[in-house]
Write a protein that binds this ligand. Structure first.
Ligand code: API
Length: 291
């Protein structure tokens, strides 16, 4: 199996092109094991998960994403930028604007910089669509028709105020005074696996730096601490706007451990994300099918 390892701000995935590499198409039940094997830094390649680039019947292309633990997610913001770069650089995408189907819905991408010549894409903008806010859409327990804005919940004996947003995949956001002092490595897995969230949840902490700037760190569902989370950065801006920390409709700079993203929740309710993506390496994976 041939792969390309890529990253978006250090959130790294091993990408398998299934468009014209049939040896990359496995039985459905094999993908979780493949992701666990590939993601293992000792016995595999080492990554936050795997991404499959597939054909689509409803969009120009399709992206599937599996976390390090083998669970399949409905969306991946950093992964979408990697896939967009790969598709344009390798001339699958004929125009700098095209659509990608995810399990969370179809998104539109635009190659921002580097489209003049292939293999040089640096910056990609993605229309991530509208956030889903009702508890039933996260999903989480409680009144299905209510929105979770700064609501108190107890984890590990302490009360934390959650704002929950789905960008196709679920995010619990907590506002803190210092993202570097908060024990996310300890609290992340406790919240991720709480019975409050039937499909588990990604956990993000946000420090407001100003009306157009956030610091954000993430514990990802199924992958743990990562250097960045694109959907999480979108959820952070939506949550901070709902809590009146940010100027509405303005481009917001979100600082993540792996770098910065520019996020805008526009007047029509769509969340736009702009950032970089890049290659790390190409290679051939030793993998025996149907093992
Ligand atoms: N762990 C996430 C999927 C990856 C999302 C993240 N890497 C991003 O860039 O959005 C989940 O299970 O919903």
């Amino acid at each position: 199996m041939f792969f390309t390892k890529m990253h978006g701000l250090g959130n790294n995935y091993v990408v398998f092109n299934q468009l014209d590499e049939p040896e990359n198409i496995l039985e459905e039940h094999e993908y979780p094991d493949l992701s666990r094997y590939v993601s293992d830094v000792n016995f595999g390649i080492g990554s936050d998960g795997i991404i499959l680039i597939c054909s689509s019947n409803i969009a120009d292309f399709k992206m599937r994403i599996f976390n390090e633990d083998g669970s399949e997610a409905k969306n991946c913001g950093n992964g979408l930028r990697c896939v967009a770069k790969y598709l344009y650089d390798h001339m699958y995408a004929k125009s700098p604007r095209f659509s990608i189907e995810t399990r969370g819905g179809v998104v539109n991408v635009e190659i921002e910089e580097g489209f003049e010549q292939r293999q040089s894409v640096q910056s990609i903008t993605v229309d991530m669509g509208e956030p889903k806010l009702l508890k039933s859409m996260i999903p989480m327990k409680g009144d299905p028709f209510s929105i979770t804005i700064n609501e108190p919940y107890t984890f590990d004996g302490n009360v934390y105020y959650l704002t929950c947003v789905s960008m196709g995949n679920p995010h619990a956001i907590i506002f803190v005074d210092d993202v570097n002092a908060f024990p996310l490595e300890k609290l992340g897995p406790i919240i991720e696996n709480s019975s409050l969230f039937p499909e588990r949840i990604n956990v993000g902490i946000v420090q407001v730096k100003g009306p157009k700037e956030l610091d954000y760190r993430v514990w990802e569902r199924g992958s743990g601490m990562t250097m960045a989370c694109g959907t999480g950065a979108c959820a952070a801006v939506v949550a901070a706007t709902m809590n009146q920390y940010l100027e509405k409709y303005e481009p917001i700079i979100v600082h993540l451990p792996g770098g910065d993203l520019t996020i805008r929740w526009d007047e029509k309710g769509h969340v736009w994300k702009k950032g970089e993506a890049d290659y790390i390496c190409h290679g051939e994976l030793k993998y025996s099918k149907n093992k």
